[in-house]
Design a protein around this ligand. Structure first.
Ligand code: CP
Length: 301
């Protein structure tokens, strides 16, 4: 793999290999990427993705250089993304980039001689590395790859990691999906068309209690203030689907709740002590999945 732009690039076999490597890297620090440099380009806000990639690179013995989207880089002078990437190619062996525009990662990859990893592009693009860690979490926690019912809840329209995960799930057998959202935030037609073409059954409902009662995985999302242009619409949507302790207690015994985080009230803090809550363990899985990605793409020994 040269660039990682979208989850459609993976096969079931390549996912298995990646996840096996991720598990083997748990708790490890090594020198396999010694001397290599990762450029960390976050032109849009991030805590987890940025710090976990940077931590992953250091844990593999590599180095990190960075620019911010806060006006301190030459983007603020009007430099094009393409020019910036061509320049950074001279400084780094791999680029991890988050950008506010859908398609920015593809544009970067088109002019880059070093691998580009999409760390999230725009409101309706993809966030492939988040989806990889979400899938790793599901398979590790449920101890199986097939026969899984997943309920996506809340903001399905403007949530790139849910979109990326839906594409990944189509690689597996006996997957059932329930999309739970208001009519204004339904999952995009491109994802639904892909699921139909791959014979993955899905239903859509506004009723959370009904939608999650048989689910093995509840994937909660944040109503993203930054992506919903109309303030009134944001206020209307916010708080519509909240996982309380009572909601969690009504889930199937072995079911799990995942969330890419950050959360802003859509999972109440009292749920954290529930046996269903795995979203903070999910963060730890993200580190080893990103270590495995860097090692795979950069060919670390
Ligand atoms: N889940 C996720 O992408 O978090 P950040 O925006 O903090 O990177």
């Amino acid at each position: 793999m040269q660039h990682l732009i979208e989850t459609q690039q993976f096969t079931r076999e390549s996912l298995k290999e990646l996840f096996k490597l991720a598990s083997s890297l748990e708790g490890r620090r090594e020198e396999s990427l010694k001397g290599l440099i990762m450029a960390s380009l976050f032109f849009a806000p991030s805590t987890r993705t940025r710090l976990s990639f940077e931590s992953a690179m250091y844990r593999l013995g590599g180095h990190v250089i960075t620019v911010d989207g806060d006006g301190s880089s030459s983007q603020s002078k009007g430099e094009t993304l393409e020019d910036a990437i061509k320049v950074i190619n001279h400084y780094a062996d791999i680029i991890v980039m988050r950008h506010g525009e859908v398609g920015a990662a593809t544009r970067a990859a088109e002019v880059s001689g070093v691998p580009v990893i999409n760390a999230g592009d725009g409101n309706m693009g993809q966030h492939p590395t988040q989806a990889l860690l979400d899938l790793y979490t599901i398979q590790r926690e449920l101890k199986r790859e097939d026969d899984i019912h997943i309920a996506f809840v809340g903001n399905l329209k403007y949530y790139r990691s849910a979109r990326s995960l839906a594409y990944l799930l189509s690689k597996y057998n006996d997957i059932r999906i329930t999309f739970i959202s208001s009519p204004e935030l339904v999952m995009g037609d491109d994802v639904k068309t892909h699921l139909k073409e791959n014979n993955i059954p899905f239903t859509e409902t506004e009723n959370m209690a009904e939608g999650i009662k048989d689910a093995d995985v509840v994937y909660q999302t944040r109503i993203a203030k930054e992506w919903i242009p109309d303030k009134n619409e944001y206020e209307k949507q916010r708080g519509r689907y909240i996982i309380t302790r009572a909601v969690a207690d009504a889930m199937k015994d072995d079911a799990i709740i995942i969330h890419p985080l950050p959360r802003v009230g859509e999972i109440e803090a009292e749920v954290d002590a529930s046996p269903h809550a795995v979203y903070f363990r999910q963060v730890g899985y993200g580190l080893i999945v990103r270590m495995a990605l860097l090692k795979t793409i950069l060919g670390g020994k």
